[in-house]
Design a protein around this ligand. Structure first.
Ligand code: GLN
Length: 544
């Protein structure tokens, strides 16, 4: 009976739009992902989308310092890092359609105009830009999911986000109240001097929304601790919502606690009630168990992440989370030490002392690469567990060629095209393509893992699929020299033409992969390579 009713209800897709006010960095992405998880735990299927108001067509060309990590989907889209939160919290399938920017929207409207598709009409923000936005949102609505969660980037009041907000305002009038709700994230500061929570910024932010014709149905108030009922009542009164629709999203030590906090505050209950969806109670037991295991961990493993963008906490977001998941799988905590590779001047660098494992993440550009090579040399020679990802793998191969095979000037075609030994190089067909963005191997590719290797032990199977984002590849002309000196090639493309994983023989755990395994790691299913890297680091830490 329940299921039948559920099915009937799910026939018309429901939309949840998540906006933000007062200031940025309130955690809209985590809130949207948490809601996705809560709805899934009630048996609903969800789709998610992130709309970004900037003009870049995608974040692929943006500096990670500007924008944080570029998240990659299976179908090869370079997207906003919030998609990483959706991947880690939900089962939603993420594709090219899961993220679009103002740039994408204008690009397609202008192309249509050039093709004469507007039949001589004046092309305007309303209705042409807003129609394009609506059609992209509605296309996801037709994907068969029960609920589509759409997060709108930026802060209400920004000039850039206006067309997006206008588009979703129109969707609400088209699909009706029962099929569409607005959740607005705001900030409720605590004024220590006065000893009280201040609701004024929230009131102003909701007024901004009202000015453009959107009355939020639910407010998630970001606070340092749970807000008392009288403050909720005040917010409800001034913002024209029910008191039960004022949810306090208090600060959490772990992002994995957020769905549990929001559930306790009644978020999912309110959402299904506003949308008139009948579901049973959510089953959060696996998630809760996972979260509780974080606090039970007693041992700590210290990992040095030797990279370039160490000053920006979001630049290695998925990588950071994958290490956290792997630590959970090993019942320990990860002490993740970000080390600027430019500051590593020798293998004995004090910055690497005490690290139980060394990880070199992906990256672009030459700055700091010699420091990365030194870090890889230290790990290889001293038997410290090592994990090289993409550029990290490439640097490990360069180090091996230089210090084990005696090719002193070995390098990659990216930094030193004139080197006599380009052990990492552009593929022939890419050499002449200079255009940014268009030449990369991006998205999921299959890989065959050889038996008897660290990688095979981790995956437990031969056929895997992993996401890539790079231009250069291992140069097969050097395979024989490197392999005869002890480099193991443990993963290749199915046609054997591309080297995907390398290892060092006789080392406790030394793995470099050309792909980015961090994009597939989730707290409920930690990535096997990260899991085994942490296990090896833990072992090496104990034996010190
Ligand atoms: N810069 C290297 C390449 O393009 C590595 C890229 C990466 O680490 N994502 O191949």
């Amino acid at each position: 009976m329940n299921r039948a009713r559920n099915k009937r209800q799910a026939r018309s897709v429901k939309y949840v739009f998540v906006t933000g006010g007062v200031m940025s960095s309130l955690g809209k992405g985590i809130a949207a992902a948490s809601l996705g998880l809560l709805l899934e735990s009630r048996g609903l299927s969800i789709a998610v989308q992130k709309l970004d108001p900037y003009i870049n067509v995608d974040p692929g060309t943006m500096n990670p310092y500007e924008h944080g990590e570029v998240f990659v989907t299976d179908d090869g889209a370079e997207t906003d890092l919030d998609l990483g939160h959706y991947q880690r919290f939900t089962k939603a399938v993420l594709t090219r359609a899961s993220n679009f920017t103002s740039g994408t929207v204008y690009d397609s409207v202008i192309s249509k105009e050039r093709e004469g598709k507007f039949l001589g009409k004046t092309v305007q923000v309303i209705p042409h830009i807003t129609d394009e936005i609506k059609s992209r949102i509605k296309a996801l609505g037709e994907s068969g999911s029960d609920v589509v969660i759409v997060e709108i980037g930026g802060t209400v009041g920004d000039i850039e986000s206006l067309p997006f907000l206008e588009a979703v305002r129109q969707i609400r009038s088209e699909v009706g109240r029962e099929n569409c709700i607005f959740i607005h994230l705001t900030y409720v500061p605590y004024a220590s001097a006065a000893g009280e929570f201040k609701t004024k910024p929230t009131q102003h932010s909701v007024k901004e929304m009202l000015k453009i014709g959107i009355q939020p149905d639910l407010l998630i108030c970001r606070t340092r601790s749970l807000i008392p009922d009288n403050v909720k009542e005040r917010i409800a009164l001034f913002c024209n919502v029910e008191t039960a629709s004022v949810i306090s999203g208090r600060d959490a030590d772990s992002i994995y606690e957020v769905p549990l906090i929001l559930h306790n505050e009644g978020l999912d209950e309110m959402v299904v009630s506003h949308l008139n969806i009948w579901t049973g109670k959510p089953n959060l037991s696996r998630w809760r168990k996972m979260f509780e295991s974080i606090n039970r961990a007693r041992t700590t493993v210290t990992i040095a992440v030797v990279g370039k963008y160490v000053g920006h906490s979001d630049a290695y977001k998925s990588l950071h989370e994958a290490l956290v998941h792997a630590a959970m799988a090993n019942r320990c905590k990860a002490d993740i030490r970000y080390v600027d590779s430019e500051n590593i001047k020798s293998e004995d660098s004090a910055l690497l002392k005490g690290a139980d494992g060394v990880l070199i993440p992906g990256g672009f550009g030459e700055r700091g690469c010699e420091g990365k090579i030194k870090a890889a040399a230290r790990a290889r020679k001293r038997g410290i567990p090592f994990f090289g990802i993409c550029l990290g793998m490439q640097m490990a191969v360069v180090e091996f060629a230089r210090n084990v095979c005696g090719m002193k000037k070995a390098n990659t075609g990216e930094f030193a095209p004139d080197s006599p030994h380009l052990v990492i190089d552009f593929m022939e067909e890419q050499k002449n393509i200079k255009k940014m963005g268009g030449t990369m191997r991006v998205g999921a590719y299959p890989c065959v893992v050889s038996s008897g290797t660290f990688a095979r032990k981790a995956y437990g199977k031969a056929r895997i699929s992993e996401r890539h984002r790079h231009r250069l590849e291992f140069n097969n002309n050097y395979e024989e020299r490197l392999v005869s000196a002890g480099l193991i090639i443990s993963g290749r493309s199915p046609d054997s033409s591309l080297v995907e994983i390398v290892e060092v023989a006789g080392h406790p755990w030394f793995v470099g992969c050309q792909f980015h395994p961090e994009f597939l790691s989730t707290p409920l299913s930690p990535h096997p390579l990260f899991r085994d890297f942490i296990a090896a680091a833990l072992k090496s830490g104990k034996s010190k």
